[in-house]
Design a protein around this ligand. Structure first.
Ligand code: ADP
Ligand code: MG
Length: 278
């Protein structure tokens, strides 16, 4: 029998469950068929309940990594485990994952409610049950009154909320978000950041989030994973050791500025690595 780890012993003594890794990336790498090395072997562990942000210059493999985690793209070699099972066997764990893309990709001809219901329709969930879950998801993103609206009559921020509701309707435990607020104006983005943090806490989600924004990364994350390009790789991990809830007041504190500076320096180093590799 294996010796229990010190963490497990401590957790047992305190009566708390030991932390469970939601994601383990074990030497996964990706070379596209045209020969582009998008990612060198990556090692990354994400514990349940973390809010991880991937930050780095364009082309450093953020989207590639996220798609491999989602099972949308097979690694060239290496392994990705979700709750200790290979990504492809996610169903067997009884856990769920959802992916939010940068553009809301809504069906223009369908109502907000029908757009949000789509994953449930595809999964064959009975209509009455589906309707209830759609209502709950719309309420979570503050769009309960817009169920019958068409996407084109909503602002960009509201369309993104619909997209988030569509991901929440499957009641995911892991949320993968690829620059979800990148196309929105600053004020709307701050608002959605704050809403996302509330959701993350309330639903005890694990989130892996991609952004170009240093401020967004500091505000949201428990940990920031810095990547460099050509070839894509992880170069640094920075823990944002700040309590939640984090309010907009956090953004005007010296500690926030310190973290932003630290990430700025790290990003600069990652970008220089990238240029030298060109
Ligand atoms: P990021 O999301 O960080 O901008 P990507 O994961 O999109 O980076 O891309 C990583 C690298 O892989 C880039 O050099 C990009 O041009 C390349 N790449 C992405 N998708 C493909 C593809 N389907 N075929 C070939 N190369 C690709
Ligand atoms: Mg990308």
């Amino acid at each position: 029998m294996r010796e229990p780890s010190p963490e497990a012993l401590r957790a047992a003594a305190s009566g708390a469950e030991p932390p469970m890794p939601a994601l383990e990336v074990l030497s996964a790498h990706k070379t596209y068929p045209n020969g582009t090395i998008a990612l060198q072997p990556v090692e990354l562990t994400v514990q349940e309940g973390e809010f991880i942000t991937l930050l780095g210059p364009s082309g450093c493999g953020k989207s590639t990594l996220l798609k491999m985690v989602a099972g949308l793209l097979p690694p060239t070699d290496g392994r990705l485990l979700l709750w200790r099972k290979p990504v492809q066997q996610l169903d067997e764990t009884g856990r769920r994952m959802a992916f939010v893309f940068q553009s809301p990709t809504l069906m223009p001809w369908a109502t907000v409610a029908a757009n949000v219901r789509l994953p449930l329709d595809l999964a064959g969930v009975p209509r009455a049950q589906a309707e209830q879950r759609v209502q709950d998801a719309l309420a979570l993103v503050g769009l309960a009154r817009f169920a019958a609206a068409l996407p084109r009559n909503l602002s960009g921020g509201m369309q993104m909320r619909v997209s988030i509701a569509r991901s929440l309707v499957v009641q995911p435990q892991l949320l993968l978000m690829d620059e979800p607020f990148g196309a929105l104006d600053e004020i709307t983005r701050h608002k959605l950041d704050a809403e996302l943090l509330s959701l993350w806490r309330e639903k005890k989600l694990t989130v892996i989030f991609v952004t170009h924004s240093i401020h967004e990364a500091v505000f949201l994350s428990t940990r920031v994973v810095m990547m460099a390009a050509r070839p894509g790789r992880i170069v640094e991990e920075i823990t944002i050791d700040e309590p939640y809830p984090r309010t907009p007041d956090f953004m005007v504190t010296p500690r926030f500025a310190q973290y932003a500076r630290q990430l700025q320096d790290s990003l600069l180093r990652a970008s220089q690595d990238t240029e030298e590799a060109l």
